[in-house]
Design a protein around this ligand. Structure first.
Ligand code: BES
Ligand code: ZN
Ligand code: ZN
Length: 499
């Protein structure tokens, strides 16, 4: 499937379907109006009967019967004009292309939405069209022995300004591909998606887009004294991998490095603090933060963000075995801090601890970590936003702008010393979990734990509630990971590069 631009007359496109749009509270406009004129008012007639109004995600299909070269016209509702946004463009395009696909259309054309009204630039609109289309058409093939192949062959974005549209297509493709990579990695079953598999996929992607990729092996982690990560990893047959992706190594002396860190627990059984049988299902996705960072790094490379950017993914299973770590073990992290294990299910923060210490060596201007860290954050925020914990208003401001642009919401939560109370240990510098004392505000307690390992401007994103499609987004397939965070982090990097 390819997305291309064209400046040929929209109504003269010789294709299987044209997709046009209508707001709920205004008449047909611009390209939609010219298509209606060419169809002798067929669309207006449907509208005048009240059978189609333009509510968001509403669709109407008409057959052109020779009036125009395209076989069909699909009209998609945009909802209310004053609620128009980039996200409305993604969603409307998603609804349109999915409708076209269900009709088995092979070639379709659309327009950059909102440009003629001055609501948005042609480049930004084409980017959103491209993201909405590619993300909506995403399909996880899995290990099914038979599967339906993609029938759609091309989407043409028609505009006089093909330069702007081509730039938007390049950017939109970069953003969609990062998210799609994250989805693929998360959806993959845990017997395939081991730490070594993640490392291999990161290497392959790095080669494709021109990133530097280094994989630290267990012996190197031992040399670095990453006792927290190694403690989690010791229960698994699959050795841990510490994945390092680097964009623009030549810019490392610019003194403006940002580091992205993602939790890469390839399966979380809970360890000896075993999860329930139902609680364990879904835990193949416990590397979603790592997948978001790998995806974001792909986007960052393809979009040529002019900054030195590092992606760190500590990857490990969390298993039960005679070699596994136990509650009351004491682990020493790479900054020398000792950690009394209370729950082996609070493993993500242990991986992050050593990765956050490792981030320090880049002398970063900002570090953002992302993790499926606590069930507690989804109790607090549901699927509405991930929790954002930070010591920097500047980092938060840029993440908020990024989240607004990508529609991957974050909600700032308090960072407080009070959360540290639950982690006081009699035998070590900190506990890894508060046990029953750490249940209240569990996401804040986890964030407080992480703060022992940072010495820079930092934000922590707890995305445990944002894993799956909650049925609300037309461009996230049901039964697939959303790929949350990949676009957010890449857009954050672009925002950082702008300032
Ligand atoms: N991976 C889980 C968090 C999680 C839960 C992610 C549900 C996605 C969906 C994490 O490692 C975990 O088990 N956290 C514990 C922490 C507790 C032991 C302090 C939790 O949230 O219960
Ligand atoms: Zn856990
Ligand atoms: Zn976990």
């Amino acid at each position: 499937m390819k997305i291309i631009s064209s400046s040929d007359e929209f109504t003269q496109q010789q294709l299987d379907a044209l997709i046009i749009y209508k707001s709920q509270d205004s008449d047909l406009q611009n390209a939609a109006k010219s298509v209606d004129d060419a169809l002798n008012g067929a669309i207006s007639e449907v509208i005048s009967t009240g059978d189609f109004t333009g509510k968001s995600e509403e669709t109407l299909i008409l057959y052109s019967r020779g009036a125009i070269p395209a076989k069909r016209v699909i009209v998609v509702g945009l909802g209310e004009t004053d609620k128009f946004s980039i996200e409305v463009i993604r969603r409307a395009t998603a609804v349109g292309v999915k409708q076209a696909r269900s009709l088995k259309a092979k070639t379709i054309a659309t327009r950059p939405i909102g440009v003629a009204n001055g609501a948005i630039s042609a480049e930004d609109s084409a980017q959103a069209v491209c993201e909405g289309a590619l993300l909506a058409l995403y399909h996880y093939h899995g290990q099914k022995s038979t599967d339906t192949p993609e029938t759609l062959e091309s989407i043409t974005i028609v505009s006089d300004d093909t330069n702007a549209v081509d730039a938007g297509i390049a950017l939109g493709t970069a953003f969609a591909e990062g998210t799609i990579l994250a989805r693929d990695l998360i959806n993959m079953p845990p017997n395939i998606a081991s730490p070594a598999y993640l490392a291999g996929q990161a290497q392959e992607m790095a080669k494709e887009v021109g990133l530097k990729c280094t994989i630290l092996e267990k012996s190197q982690m031992q040399a670095l004294k990453m006792g927290a990560l190694l403690g989690v990893a010791q229960g698994s047959e699959f050795p841990p991998k510490f994945i390092i992706l680097e964009h623009n190594p030549a810019k490392k002396d610019d003194d403006n490095t940002i580091v992205l860190v993602g939790k890469g627990v390839t399966f979380d059984t809970g360890g000896y603090s075993l999860k329930t049988k139902d609680g364990m299902v879904g835990m193949k996705a416990d590397m979603s933060g790592g997948a978001a960072v790998i995806g974001a790094m792909k986007t960052i490379a393809k979009a040529n963000v002019p900054l030195h950017i590092i992606g760190l993914i500590p990857a490990s299973d969390n298993m039960v075995s005679s070699k596994a770590y136990r509650p009351q073990d004491v682990l020493i992290a790479s900054n020398g801090k000792s950690i009394e294990i209370i729950s082996t299910d609070a493993e993500g923060r242990l991986l992050l601890a050593d990765a956050l210490v490792y981030a320090q060596r880049y002398n970063p201007k900002a570090v953002v970590d992302i993790a499926t860290l606590t069930g507690s954050i989804s109790i607090a925020l549901g699927t509405v936003a991930s929790g954002l914990f930070s010591n920097s208003d500047d980092v938060v401001a840029k993440l908020n702008t990024a989240a607004q642009n990508t529609d991957e919401p974050v909600w700032r939560m308090p960072v407080s010393e009070k959360y540290g109370k639950a982690l006081k240990s009699d035998t070590a510098d900190t506990k890894n979990s508060g046990g029953s004392a750490g249940r209240a505000g569990g996401a804040g307690v986890a964030a407080h734990f992480l703060s022992h390992f940072i010495d820079y401007d930092w934000a922590h994103i707890d995305m445990a509630g944002m894993l799956r499609n909650d049925g609300e987004s037309p461009y996230t397939p049901i039964n697939s990971a959303r790929g949350y965070g990949a676009r957010l982090l890449a857009e954050f990097a672009r925002q950082w590069a702008k300032s």
